[in-house]
Design a protein around this ligand. Structure first.
Ligand code: SF4
Length: 187
């Protein structure tokens, strides 16, 4: 079955819960998100320069037959290349680390470039470990098989995400209903 390309950030969420569905974001929230993201980027660039990294490229496309997206910034220091995503929170959520890890896996395994990947937040620089980048690559290979399951099968077998469900619009999911009703999530 042919699959539509999805945004890398949505794929990151689907790798954590394959039953995840994206949602229509509030335009006002998107504007605030974009503004805080750019503030974090300028602050992050200063931090990176302070430890010897120089900016090499920005908004670099990452795309294959499954996903499409961009890397916020690419830095170089001596022989090292570092891919950087920014988040305006104090620490990155797990899905942001996975999002950055998809970029790392893309560069390392599809383009054959020896890169490191990190998320820069207000709390500092969090490097995505190599084992997570490798696991992400393997998980993406399983992803298309899982996405061919029907919607009910996805809900029954593929919604393991706890502590992650704030932004999902999947009305079939009991966990989502519990969150919306502000009741304790189902085990
Ligand atoms: S609400 Fe359900 S479908 Fe959505 S991310 Fe959480 S577990 Fe997955």
């Amino acid at each position: 079955m042919a699959h539509r390309k999805i945004w890398k950030s949505i794929l990151a969420k689907k790798l954590i819960c394959p039953a995840f569905k994206s949602y229509e974001a509030d335009p006002a929230k998107i504007r605030v998100f974009d503004a805080t993201h750019e503030l974090t980027r300028s602050d992050g660039r200063i931090k990176m320069a302070g430890i010897g990294w120089s900016l090499r490229d920005t908004e670099v496309p990452v795309e294959n037959h499954i996903y499409k997206g961009r890397i916020d910034d690419v830095f170089a220091r001596e022989n090292e290349i570092l891919l950087v995503e920014y988040v305006s929170s104090i620490y990155p959520d797990i899905f942001k680390l996975v999002d950055a890890g998809i970029s790392g896996a893309h560069f390392r395994f599809e383009l054959g470039e020896d890169v490191k990947t990190a998320v820069v937040s207000r709390g500092g620089i969090t490097e995505v470990p190599d084992f997570l980048v490798e696991t992400i690559r393997e998980t993406i290979e399983s992803y298309t098989y899982i996405q061919d399951l029907g919607e009910e099968a996805l809900i029954e077998y593929a919604n393991p995400a706890s502590g992650f469900c704030n932004y999902c619009s999947n009305d079939l999911c009991d966990r989502n209903r519990a969150i919306r009703n502000r009741q304790p999530a189902l085990a």
